[in-house]
Design a protein around this ligand. Sequence first.
Ligand code: 4AD
Ligand code: MG
Length: 431
Amino acid sequence: MVIIAIKDAKKYLGQEVEIRGWTHNIRSSGAIAFLQLRDGSGRLQAVVVKNDVAPEVWDAAKSLTIESSVIVRGIVKEDTRTPGAVEIQTNSVAPVAIAQEYPIGKKEHGVDFLMDQRHLWIRSSRQESILRVRDEIEFAFREFMKLRGFVLADSPIFTPNAVEGTTDLFEVKYFDDKAYLSQSGQLYQEATSAALGKTYCFGPTFRSEKSKTRRHLTEFWMLEAEASYMDWLENLQLQEDLIVHTVKRVLRECAADLALLGRDTIALEKVAEGGFIRMHHRDAIKELQAMGSDIKEGDDLGADDETILTKKYDKPIFVHHYPVVIKAFYMKPDPDEPDRVLNADLLAPEGYGEIIGGSQRIDDLALLEKRIAEHGLPKSAFEWYLDLRRYGSVPHSGFGIGLERTVAWICGLEHVRETIPFPRLLNRLQP
Ligand code: 4AD
Ligand code: MG
């Protein structure tokens, strides 16, 4: 007897197999029971015909409830209703645990209820597909970085200081002292890239942003890359290549999941061609004003601005050269345009908006000291970071890509809360 994963069932046509999973649904019409099985790899129908099986097998099939765990044996047959698909002609049914009445039914549930039931909700086909695409995106990220010669150098999560501003830090007790949960691993990547040339980290990041939007989590995953001797333009090309690599891989490996999610893959194919748009911040403002936004010269782009701008184009947009005054302390001003930094945000199309933030970093010691002071940051906490400019400073650049926003965009989802197994939001820490 061969134990198989449902996704491989087609390869076993005509053979007897064993499937270990759950009954996500059951239908029965007098003398035939249809068990809708899932095992994490896929879904498959097992047909039990009363007159073809022993009475105990029929009784076992009848005892199953939604989400009972069960081991089914039978012959893999072509499913006559769906061409190319297969089903199981069942010989034996062994319940493992009969489930109590399942709280998630067929009726429409509100989002809050489903979020409370997140530990069970992830068993639904839609959530399963999203999590599989997330896995593929994470794999594509790591694969790309490896192919490009980046070394994974994990940044710490407990940190002594802020990176992206001091307002959204989570403070934790650290023995007799305090620490913060990392907002970004960037500063450490600047150190590791000076040791190893090109490095990245990929892990959880924390921000106590009091934002209740479809783009914000308090705990999210970010891949942060940093490369010595890379200038800001090479940085943009690297980001574009990462996105193209990732979208191509997901289109290739997750076609069934994207179809289940109803994703318009034409829009993704367009992105996979490359040729992303590059727009100076000043021009982005002009374009937004022409579209009716009340944004003013020098303003940061709001979420609504990003939405209308990215709905206009079918490629991702790099908005570069933001004003120095609205950006982080470490970004390098453009020598030709000193009130602007050599940065770019990458905005995903179809209204999704920012998924990447990146820049060339200040490599001059005196300027960096000045910027730290201007931002009111404690210099003592940054002495080690300043050392990177004291000992063999080089021009260098990097970026951070938010995993959940990328998953939301690639899957075509309304909200980031469905992109991570257990989302952490302003008002949600359960389950
Ligand atoms: O633009 P951010 O703040 O950039 C940095 O943290 C840099 N230190 C990165 C670097 O250069 N190494 O964040 C980068 C990305 C955003 O574009 C977004 O995709 C994601 O992180 N992000 C969030 N995702 C979900 N929820 C939040 N609250 C997020 N905040 C940022
Ligand atoms: Mg940003």
